[in-house]
Design a protein. Structure first.
Length: 241
């Protein structure tokens, strides 16, 4: 695990976009794993800028997202389909993008199909991750074990609270989501994690310096051979590096 600390979130976004750029320039038909949430928004803005400036061409790129809420119509502005369209897909020329279908009532079939499609696409080359306050990656919540495959997850009260800011009231926050499993994430050839702000400092410290523990799902990343972590000073403030 390589950890880089930058002075500002803007620098983190530019560094993350540089990693994505290198990947796409090296392999134009890359399979990218994408994330939602507040953290990657500025990285997506940088990628859009690079595309508009004629530097990045996504025309051979395929993407798979980490997760999607269960039962939320894709027309809802906080569905992850809508988020991705607004923040990236509508502004670049990605060949093909896929998110778990949270409206498919046969969750098991959908989750199995999702993992199979990732495999058929050749696996994820570069997976972008944020980290939840509780250490989740994707929506893999703290647990007594790591779940391997894409699966239907019960969101924890802390995640529901964290997601409250995107909805009019806590009642409207979905309680379940379909998420890539820890195994699906760990199979990516390279992983890029971004964490910003003081609110993430404690969990970042546990991820980087604590034990590998399913109660801090992100700690499993230390067992992956190619993980780059980009932090701003605030998110890095509890590291003893
Ligand atoms: P955030 O979420 O980017 O909105 O902080 C990160 C996550 O929950 O993975």
């Amino acid at each position: 695990m390589i950890v880089h600390v930058f002075d500002t979130p803007a620098q983190v976004a530019r560094a993350a976009a540089a990693v994505f750029s290198a990947q796409i320039l090296k392999k134009p038909d890359s399979v990218l794993g994408l994330a939602t949430g507040g953290t990657p928004v500025d990285t997506y803005k940088e990628l859009i800028k690079l595309h508009q400036d004629g530097i990045l061409d996504f025309s051979q790129v395929t993407t798979f997202n980490l997760d999607e809420y269960e039962g939320l119509p894709t027309s809802h502005p906080e569905s992850y389909v809508a988020f991705m369209k607004r923040n990236l897909f509508d502004h670049v020329n990605i060949k093909q993008s896929r998110l778990p279908d949270g409206l498919n009532k046969d969750h098991q079939k959908e989750c199995a199909a999702y993992d199979e499609e990732i495999r058929q696409a050749g696996g994820v080359d570069l997976q972008l991750l944020g980290i939840g306050n509780n250490g989740h990656i994707g929506f893999n919540e703290p647990s007594d074990h790591f779940v391997y495959d894409t699966n239907l997850v019960d969101l924890t009260p802390s995640t529901i609270k964290a997601n409250r800011r995107f909805f009019d009231s806590e009642d409207q926050v979905p309680r379940k989501a379909l998420s890539m499993g820890i195994g699906t994430i760990m199979e990516a050839r390279s992983i890029l994690m971004i964490a910003l702000g003081e609110g993430k400092a404690e969990v970042v410290q546990k991820m980087v310096e604590g034990d590998i523990d399913p109660q801090v799902p992100a700690s499993i990343l230390r067992a992956h051979k190619d993980v780059t972590v980009l932090l701003d000073r605030a998110a890095a403030s509890k590291l003893s590096l």
